[in-house]
Design a protein around this ligand. Structure first.
Ligand code: ACO
Length: 325
């Protein structure tokens, strides 16, 4: 049986670091509030004219090619999970593939907010398992600073910019992507959304003046739904695959709030030292958080380790994916 294995991972973070101290000079907040309520100390921001998400995606892809010793012409498919494409169209996957010299690849974007990378990894794995594709790049990337209102302290402290990319290749060894369970619930839109800028309400001078093209979030219900959703889906995927808290080596949760991560770990009775956490340095990079965690923890991952990735985000969307590293 052919499975899709992750054979390389690469992250990219823009140079500029926005600290809690600097945010406290922009909005009415403190390092103490942000640290205790979210676990975030700093986040990276992509600055400069004409700098879209593709800049970060291209950099991550280039780094991945180098690291995995892959010739650009050998890559067949790029799937880019993002909610902050360079523009509504064309998609960021093809723009980035072109910039990285992937002359034989086709690509498309996938939008599932913070669960985007999880869904994209699932789609990429299925394309490999089908026996049709041998080198597939899956990217999770967002320039959240482009849709965040830096006068709204309830959202601007949470998000950051970043990208992470993985290479998927077929394997017949006992590693790779094994199982997943994903969910969607469009009724969650009322808690996490953008009013304008899409086809329902295209941006106008009035909507821009009313700051309707920025993310709006009602944090508390999202927090609760995130905890319930991720705990439930991780338990189900563990049970179905005969995994216990002992045999599961790593849990990789979406990095939205350290308190969400701690609550999930405690509800599952799963030790925090086997949970990947890097929210302190990057904040919530939306589709970027999961590959950036794998990138940061790469040296601690051993071949054959049982790993579950889980995410929850706008939509609502949520799910969990089980792989052997
Ligand atoms: N600095 C200081 N005070 C603040 C700040 C801030 N940055 N933000 C809010 N406050 C105040 C509020 O005004 C409120 O004051 P009040 O009690 O006087 O009204 C108080 O702090 C508490 O506010 P809450 O909203 O209840 O704070 P909470 O502990 O819930 O934390 C947060 C807010 C961080 C947003 C949390 O609810 C959360 O993490 N929610 C989930 C986020 C998430 O998972 N999103 C999904 C992924 S995102 C995506 O898909 C794109």
């Amino acid at each position: 049986q052919i499975r899709a294995a992750i054979t390389g991972v690469q992250g990219y973070l823009p140079e500029y670091v926005l600290t809690n101290e600097e945010l406290a000079t922009i909005v009415d907040t403190t390092d103490e509030w942000i640290t205790t309520r979210t676990g975030i100390k700093e986040r990276h921001i992509l600055k400069g004219e004409n700098m879209g998400t593709s800049v970060m995606v291209t950099a991550a892809i280039r780094g991945l090619l180098k690291k995995t010793n892959t010739a650009p012409e050998d890559v067949e498919l790029v799937i880019c999970a993002t909610v902050t494409a360079d523009s509504i169209f064309p998609d960021t996957a093809n723009v980035s593939a072109y910039q990285a010299g992937l002359v034989n690849a086709f690509g498309f974007d996938l939008n599932a907010a913070c669960s985007g990378f999880l869904y994209a990894l699932t789609v990429g794995a299925k394309m490999v398992e089908a026996g049709r594709h041998k080198k597939v790049i899956v990217v999770g990337a967002d320039k959240m600073s482009s849709i965040i209102d830096y006068t709204d302290r309830t959202t601007c402290v949470i998000f950051g910019d970043g990208a992470g990319a993985v290479m998927l290749e077929p394997t017949t060894e006992d590693v790779g992507i094994i199982d997943y369970q994903h969910h969607g619930d469009g009724s969650g839109e009322k808690y996490l959304y953008l009013v304008a800028g899409g086809s329902r309400k295209p941006a106008t001078v009035d909507s821009v003046m009313a700051r309707e093209h920025f993310v709006r979030q009602n944090g508390r219900p999202v927090f609760k739904a995130a905890v319930t959703g991720m705990t439930d889906v991780v338990s189900k995927v563990m049970a179905r695959n005969g995994l216990t808290n002992e045999s599961l080596n790593w849990l990789v949760p979406h990095q939205a709030n350290i308190r969400i991560i701690q609550t999930i770990s405690s509800m599952l009775d799963f030790p925090l030292d086997k949970v990947m956490v890097n929210i302190e340095r990057y904040g919530n990079t939306t589709a970027g958080t999961l590959p950036l965690c794998l990138w940061d923890y790469e040296s601690q991952l051993k071949k054959g380790d049982n790993v579950i990735l889980t995410a929850f985000g706008g939509g609502f969307t949520w799910g969990a994916l089980y792989l052997k590293w």
